[in-house]
Design a protein around this ligand. Sequence first.
Ligand code: GUN
Length: 283
Amino acid sequence: MSAKILDGKKISQEIVENIMNEVTRLEKNHKIIPGLAVVIVGDDEASHVYVSMKEKACKKVGFYSEAHRLTKETTQDELLDLINQLNHNDKIHGILVQLPLPEGFDENLINSHILPSKDIDGFHAINTGKMLLGEDSFVPCTPKGIVELVKRTGEDITGKHAVIVGRSNIVGKPAAILLLKENATVTVCHSKTKDLQNHIKMADILVAAVGVPEFIKGEMIKEGAIVIDAGTRKVEGKLVGDVNYEEAERVASWITPVPGGVGPMTITMLLENTLKAAKMQCE
Ligand code: GUN
């Protein structure tokens, strides 16, 4: 078997076109331009690259955007002050604080300072709670993109066994809740899971969010599985996922490439969430 490729770049472009039409409509009918503020603290190189990509994506669709690049000497109170200002800024509909924050910052506290109505990352406890209850909320971008990719296979998710490897607040946990909402049977594996390989082998839908390059080998994957790779690590200057692509591609029915799979979808979902926030704040 040779897997079909879930082309996150191409799917993103289709979604981006819809977003651009919506931006034109919002501006014409409501005189509103969706605005996103991205805040980054410290000098983590990969995070700076992601922030620049987010700014670029905003420009492309006609959003207003501001990036606040703060030094690692910034105090938590200074960051909270900035968030307060952005909460009250009418040009800003969405606020994103790039994670991870440097040591000493309380990420949950920071996220809970963002107004839930501007929390386009979906990390505020109110939005997390709503997501858990199945209510309309902002949903974290990477898992939202993952579910969209699975849907694009055209396969029925209902009753399928989804196995998620990784239990982070950003990817693994919300991906589990969202796939459960789609009627998958969900298993979440993590570093303490016993018989990890047995769990992985049962996956009709495998979501790899471990952060260890090529952790999942071809022989671990069930024949015909849908494989979604949320990993991105630089190894010798090259972006590598959590799945050994060449091996997995021979076993899976569908697979996301790295780069060009989950990554572009994350940014597009951020644009979608910001558009949603702008609409909510004007309608
Ligand atoms: N770091 C890695 N992914 C994300 C994300 O989706 N949002 C934020 N704020 N930080 C991240």
